[in-house]
Structures are given as structure tokens and as C-alpha cells.
Design a protein around this ligand. Sequence first.
Ligand code: DAK
Length: 265
Amino acid sequence: MEPNAVADELVLRRDEGAVALLTLNRPKALNALNQPLLQRLGERLRELAGDDAVRAVVLTGAGEKAFVAGADIAEMADYDAATAQHFALAGQHILNHIASLGKPVIAAVNGFALGGGCELVLACDFAIASTKAKFGLPEVTLGVIPGFGGTQRLARLIGRHNALRWILTGDVHGAEEALRLGLVTQLVEPEQLQAVALEVAQRIASRGPVALTAARKVVDAGWDVPLADGLRKEAAAFGQLFRSQDQKEGMAAFLQKRPAKFTGN
Ligand code: DAK
């Protein structure tokens, strides 16, 4: 196989209407994130960012066992400090790209989401998980700490004490606990996971794209600022939407009792 063909297969893409399904595909290593996989994921995200036909993304892992079992330990084992920092920055960059893609990204967590895999979930808009999924940040068992944003995003999402309990013990947690703490929004039977995630994504993809982008931006922008500042950001974004064709189309469609045909403009 050509080198490019091998790289292509590390992150599979399948489009269904306006939804792209990305599958991280190293099942023999439980989809562990090595440099080629991260690079390919970065390329796929750039591809999706520039593809107006795609309005929502579902991210999942190949195989029945794992979403992503973390950063690739075999690859990391011999890193020196500079390489480790470079790796962490590269990973953070890709996760930030997910967060700022401008299109909703839903994680469909089909198994282990550990370390970098759990951090990948945290960077998505939200996550739907199989009842068999397992979550955790086991980095301290390896003598390191989460390096792809886990120390920051987990505490913001589930609170400082719960985040520290996860990070300091390195324990692996079941899907029910992840649901209870709000790391995932819904649990489904494993065989239904992909279909349910795609169905939710299709519903989202039918909404106004300009509004979708604005909604995530404002939620994230308001996450760690005082409420009054967040409300100002919301009002500004709300106002901006009235410059969009999508707003005119959405409201006209409602008044004319017909489905909206959004263009994303
Ligand atoms: N890396 C590389 N290979 C992995 C892997 C990983 N994270 N996880 C699993 N594999 C490989 C196994 O080595 C095995 O390969 P073979 O022996 O077959 O060649 C194969 O996947 C199947 O795994 P197991 O045989 O172990 O399967 P089990 O069902 O027995 O166990 C498990 C499943 C998920 C419980 C176990 O594989 C496991 O504990 N995996 C490691 C989980 C883990 O510790 N993940 C966190 C990785 S650390 C940073 C940047 C980033 C990060 C940190 C710092 N900076 C640079 C600051 C992020 C760190 C992490 O994500």
C-alpha cells in the first residue's frame, strides 16, 4: 500500500448527507493516538472545516473495544522533555481545532476513552456513549499528567473535586458515572450507538449553520468569564445573526409554515 493510503486509513471518513462520520482507526492498538494518527486527524479536520456540505461531525473509534485508549505509550516512552512538550502542544492544537471547527462535533464513545481519548471527548461539543464505555485519566499511573487539556477541561466540566479524584487516582470509571457527572449526555446500547449519534447529528445538521457556530462560540466564550460578560457576548452574537441569510430564512420559513432551507450564509 502507498504511504498515503496507509495514512488515509488512520482516520476514516464517511459522509451521510450533511454529516461526516470520522472513525479513528488503529483498533489493534485500541486507537491509541500516535503522531501519524494525530496528523491525519488534523488533516481531516482542515478538510471538514473547508467543506460547506458538512454541517455536523460524529467522531468514533474503530472496533468494539475502544474509542481511544490514550496517547500511544510505546511512542511516548522514549520522549525527551522537548519532544514531550512538542507532542502535548500538537495534541492540544488538534483538540482546540475540534473546539473551534465551527461545526458541531459529537463524540460517539464506543469503548475505552482513557487519557488522550478522554481529553478528545472533552474537546467535542458533547458525547453519547455506549453502556460499555469506560472513561479515565490514568496518566499518573504512568508518571505523567494529562497533556491534552484534561487538567483544564475536566475540572470545568465536572467540577474541581470530581476532576481531581479522577486525575489523582487514575481510576477507570464506567459509563453510568460519566453520565452522572455530565461527561456524557446519553447512554445507548453498543449496537445502537452509531445510529443514535448519526441521528442526533442529522437533526443538528438541519438547523441554521451560522447559529450553530455562534452558539458554541458563545457557550465557550462565557465558560470562564463573569456572567455579565458572557451575557454581553451572547447579546452581541444574537445581534450579529440578524445580518445572516439564515436568520431571514429561518424566521420566514416559520411564518410561511414550511421547513427552512438554510445556506449557512
Ligand atoms: N498506547 C499504546 N498501545 C496501547 C495503548 C496505549 N495507550 N493502550 C492499549 N494499547 C495496545 C496494547 O499495548 C495492546 O497491544 P499488543 O500487546 O496487542 O501489541 C493492545 O493495544 C490491546 O491492549 P491490551 O492487551 O492491554 O487490552 P486489555 O483489554 O487487556 O486492556 C486497557 C485494555 C485499555 C485497559 C489497557 O490497554 C490499558 O490500560 N491501556 C493504556 C491506557 C492508558 O494508560 N492510557 C493513557 C495513556 S497516557 C502529554 C501528552 C499527552 C498525554 C500525557 C502527557 N504530554 C506530552 C505532557 C496523554 C497521555 C495519555 O493518554
